[in-house]
Design a protein around this ligand. Structure first.
Ligand SMILES: NC(=O)c1ccc[n+]([C@@H]2O[C@H](COP(=O)([O-])OP(=O)(O)OC[C@H]3O[C@@H](n4cnc5c(N)ncnc54)[C@H](O)[C@@H]3O)[C@@H](O)[C@H]2O)c1
Length: 243
């Protein structure tokens, strides 16, 4: 039986690219998104051994239903990529309490719920790989992105460590990836062409990051051989933040 990987927010953007790399590496892939039509279109475009499911990452019941669908369809789940997020760029002093709660609530709560519901299933089975999408913004406070987004991504690094400790002895690793600006629809939408040169000039390697490299890092962390890395945050940021 193939290993089965579920990616949240995979209807478009980086999530869809990650699904393509996982498929190429031989995984069966669950393409999930809050928008089922988007997930279905992405799964169709990807082809191969995919299952599209509706999963709103703000809802615990959606994780439970998605898990049941995956088990019914593929018989098992081995890998979870917590990719879905909302990205807002509202200036700091203009963020309303409601918007702060909405962004932190979704980005942080989603990782918490996923690790609780899907993580418990993996731990019960005695094997699993969880990869959480954090961000450079969570480490350096962010540049183009908002304070709520950055704070939520910083807290995802902390949750990653907490769940890594919880599951370590039961065969489940939990790691985070903290990318800088990646060549992706979200970055091109946030940074218009006339401002792109300025952005690139501030990146030590002078280029945007590569989505497929991130996908291949996910594949690497999703392999059984990755058992010795857990609770870690993998930096992929063109030299913008060095530990
Ligand atoms: N693009 C970058 O340069 C970059 C840099 C650092 C971190 N990241 C992180 O990588 C991940 C993917 O980024 P992206 O650029 O593809 O973002 P994106 O905004 O293009 O895609 C986000 C996806 O999440 C889905 N989504 C939003 N709310 C959801 C919900 N409630 N339930 C389920 N799905 C939901 C959307 O439908 C979409 O498919 C995010 O976690 C982001 O913070 C991206």
């Amino acid at each position: 039986m193939n290993q089965v990987a579920l990616v949240t927010g995979a209807g478009q953007g980086l999530g869809q690219r990650f699904c393509a790399r996982l498929l190429a590496a031989g995984f069966d892939v669950v393409v999930s998104d809050r928008d089922l039509a988007l997930a279905q279109a992405a799964a169709k475009a990807l082809g191969g051994r995919t299952l599209a499911v509706k999963l709103d990452v703000g809802k615990k019941a959606d994780f439970e239903q998605a898990l049941a669908q995956v088990i019914e369809h593929f018989g098992a789940l081995h890998v979870v990529v917590n990719n879905a997020a909302v990205t807002k760029t509202t200036p700091l002093m203009q963020i309303s309490p409601e918007e702060f709660d909405a962004v932190v609530g979704l980005n942080l709560r989603s990782v918490f719920l996923s690790c609780q519901v899907l993580g418990a299933h993996l731990a019960e089975a005695g094997y699993g790989r969880i990869i959480n999408m954090a961000s450079l913004a969570g480490q350096n406070g962010g540049t183009a992105t908002g304070a709520h987004y950055a704070a939520s991504k910083g807290a995802i690094v902390t949750l990653t460590k907490i769940f890594a400790k919880e599951f370590a002895a039961r065969g489940v690793t939990v790691n985070a990836i903290a990318p800088g600006p990646i060549d992706s629809p979200a970055v091109h939408a946030a940074v218009p062409a006339e401002r792109m040169q300025g952005l690139l000039a501030n990146i030590p390697v002078q280029r945007l990051g590569d989505a497929d490299f991130l996908g291949d890092l996910i594949v690497q962390l999703a392999r059984p051989e990755a058992y010795f890395t857990t609770g870690a945050t993998w930096d992929v940021n063109g030299g913008l933040f060095m530990r």
